[in-house]
Design a protein around this ligand. Structure first.
Ligand code: FES
Length: 108
């Protein structure tokens, strides 16, 4: 199983075992990590906003997770968007992403 490390704003990171082919949002929710995901992954909110660690950004995209124009549109609704911003519901976790590190944004 791939491992993902979530780093919340307080810096207390949590590494979890991820079910392969689940989204980052699904994995966060399964482990009680504070990632809201109001629309349930329908690409209609921005409450699953995450930052991919810069070391992982290219690998995430290469693992069949390219950012779509629709995701870009929804990300425009998020607070403090950065070059490595993604929507957690749009990231499919595969074994190629074992060791992935993501940060959770501060909620304004
Ligand atoms: Fe709403 Fe990801 S959960 S866009």
């Amino acid at each position: 199983m791939p491992r993902i490390t979530f780093i919340p704003p307080d810096g207390k990171s949590q590494t979890v075992q991820a079910q392969e082919n689940w989204s980052g949002l699904q994995i966060a929710k399964a482990h009680g990590i504070a990632l809201e995901g109001v629309c349930g992954g329908c690409l209609a909110c921005s409450t699953c906003h995450i930052y991919i660690h810069p070391d992982w950004a290219a690998r995430v995209a290469a693992a069949d997770n390219e950012k779509t124009p629709e995701e870009e549109d929804i990300l425009d609704l998020a607070f403090d968007v950065r070059p490595t911003s993604r929507l957690g519901c749009q990231i499919k976790i595969t074994k190629e992403l074992d060791g992935l590190v993501v940060e959770l944004p501060k909620i304004p």
